[in-house]
Structure formats: C-alpha cells, structure tokens
Design a protein around this ligand. Structure first.
Ligand SMILES: NC(=O)c1ccc[n+]([C@@H]2O[C@H](COP(=O)([O-])OP(=O)(O)OC[C@H]3O[C@@H](n4cnc5c(N)ncnc54)[C@H](OP(=O)(O)O)[C@@H]3O)[C@@H](O)[C@H]2O)c1
Length: 280
C-alpha cells in the first residue's frame, strides 16, 4: 500500500511558517488579485486565495473588471498596481477573455511582483537555475516531493503535459534537481512506453483515468496535478484506487497538489515582499 502524500498537511505547515514570519513584518505584504469577467470557477479561486491570504496576515486587494474590459484598460490597471507600494504581488486570474493577449498581460506585471511566475524574465531565470519567482503549482509539486524525502537526482521522471503553467516549469524544476526528465503530451504516441519506466510520474493533463495501474511500475511515485469534475466530485488524471496498490507514494485529488498551489502563492507573495525590501 502506497504512502499517501498529504498536501493538506504539508500546505498547513507551510502556511503556519508564513504566518509566523508575516507577523514580524510591518507593513504587511500585499497581494492584488485581478479578475476579468464572470467565470464562476475563477471567482471561487479568487475568494479562496483571499481567504488564505487573510489567514496568514497578507493583505489582499481584489480588482474586478467587466468581461468587456479592453486590453489597454487591463494594462493601465497593472501599471497602477506595479507602482503601488502596498502591492507586493500581482495575480491576474486566468483564463482572460479571448480579446486580451495573455502574454502581453503576463509581461506587463513587474517581474518582482509576478507571484505567478509567468513573466518571460522569471521563466528565463528558472531555465538559468537562478532565483526568481516561480510558478505556484510546480513549486507546490517540488515542495511535496521534498517533504516526503523523494530522491530526484539521477531518477527517471515523466511529466505528462507541457503547459506554461504546470508541465513545462515543473519539468524544468525537476531537471534543476538533476532528474532525467521526459515530457509527454497529447501528440505522444505511446504514453505507457514512457510512464512504465519512470521512477516518478507527474501528470498535469485534466483527463480522468489517463494514468492506469498497468502504466505504472511497481514502487513508482505518482503526483497527480490534474483536476477533473466528475459529477459533484473532483478527481485527478490518475486511477487512484488501482494505482495506489502499485506505487510507493501517491497524491490524492483533492488534498494533494491543490492546497500546495495556494500555499505557494502566499510564499511567493512573502518572497516578493522580501525581494522588494532587499531581504531576499
Ligand atoms: N491542483 C492545482 O492546483 C492545479 C493547478 C493548475 C492546473 N491544475 C490542473 O492540471 C491540469 C493541467 O492544467 P494545465 O493548465 O497545464 O492544462 P492545459 O494548459 O490544458 O495543458 C494540458 C496538457 O495536457 C496535454 N494532454 C492533453 N491530452 C493528453 C493526452 N491524452 N495524453 C498526454 N497529454 C495530454 C496537453 O498536450 P498538448 O500540449 O499537446 O495540447 C497539454 O500539454 C488541469 O486538470 C488543471 O485543472 C491543477
């Protein structure tokens, strides 16, 4: 039976550390959260992020813009937030309406306030292996692996998914830890050919039962980033019930990577604050 990698527990410990540090700070770190349009899932995420900010003493400032906001209108708000000393981190909730170029928006946020790690400069620093702000979900995956002492140097890791938000940066972070990384995606011909020889599998796709027990080698570690609505339930990419009998450690969905993403957003906001004050 596999070890359950408990993201709730690791995230709670990380939030407690952040709260203890924030308590010593004056002024408090501030996070601006920008929401464009009325996507219900985005509204839930934004509310949750604000709630978690409040729990650790980080101030949050919510900016809601209508769906018809122009790209220039959004860029003007970001410019204002870039100049606002009370704002240490800026998060623009994705997805954005189709008429707005998300890359323009990502690159408009000052790199030192880019708590999502999406700015081209932060991605460049990640590739260089230098300190910058790194994408929250990939950071969360790495923190879970570290919390459970999962060795990465020299290991074969398969990342499924190559998005700029998860697959790509997590592969880079794993490589920075000296893992041998293979990235699979929708055009990979035989996924199981790669997953079967992996010591660690990180799946970030969003497809129920994409990873089944026959695709996982005995004793592998399985990190499930995927989130899929299955009726009223939430599930991941991995056939959890069967894969857990096969692997040595596994994250559940919910309660695995999800809580780590928000905890790492709080950590990034604190890191951004310290970078801006010259303390990091
Ligand atoms: N728990 C969390 O905190 C958290 C945070 C972020 C995302 N997520 C979840 O993680 C999942 C991925 O998010 P994302 O933003 O990276 O999604 P995305 O941008 O849609 O990327 C999905 C990736 O999966 C690949 N893919 C699709 N079908 C595949 C298949 N049959 N076999 C192999 N690869 C396949 C795609 O390949 P191509 O590049 O070839 O299209 C793409 O690279 C989603 O379920 C999302 O909800 C969870």
């Amino acid at each position: 039976m596999a070890t359950l990698i408990d993201g709730k527990d690791v995230a709670a410990k990380l939030r407690a550390q952040i709260a203890a540090e924030v308590e010593t700070l004056d002024p408090k770190p501030g996070l601006a959260v920008v929401l464009v349009g009325e996507e219900p899932a985005s509204e839930i995420y934004v509310r949750l992020k604000q709630k978690k900010c409040a729990e650790v003493g980080i101030e949050s400032f919510k900016h809601e813009l209508p769906e018809k906001t122009t790209e220039d209108g959004l860029l003007a708000l970001i410019d204002k937030l870039n100049k606002d000393e009370k704002v240490n981190g800026i998060l623009v909730q994705l997805p954005l309406p189709k008429h707005i170029n998300k890359f323009k928006v990502m690159d408009a946020v000052l790199p030192e306030k880019d708590v999502d790690g999406f700015h081209a400069r932060n991605i460049g620093l990640l590739v260089q292996g230098q300190q910058g702000l790194q994408s929250c979900t990939p950071r969360g995956v790495m923190a879970l692996l570290k919390a459970y002492d999962i060795e990465l140097a020299g290991k074969e890791v398969v990342v499924i998914g190559r998005s700029l938000i998860v697959g790509n940066p997590v592969a880079q972070l794993l490589m920075n830890e000296n893992a041998t990384v293979t990235i699979c995606h929708s055009r990979t011909n035989d996924l199981s050919l790669y997953t079967k020889k992996a010591d660690v599998i990180v799946s970030a796709v969003g497809r129920k039962n994409l990873v089944t027990a026959d695709m996982v080698s005995e004793g592998a570690v399985v990190i499930d980033v995927g989130t899929v609505r299955d009726g009223t339930k939430l599930c991941g990419d991995v056939d959890f019930e069967n894969v857990k009998e096969q692997c040595s450690a596994i994250t559940p969905v919910p309660g695995g990577v999800g809580p780590m993403t928000i905890a790492c957003l709080l950590e990034n906001t604190l890191l951004a604050y310290k970078m801006q004050k010259g303390g990091a």
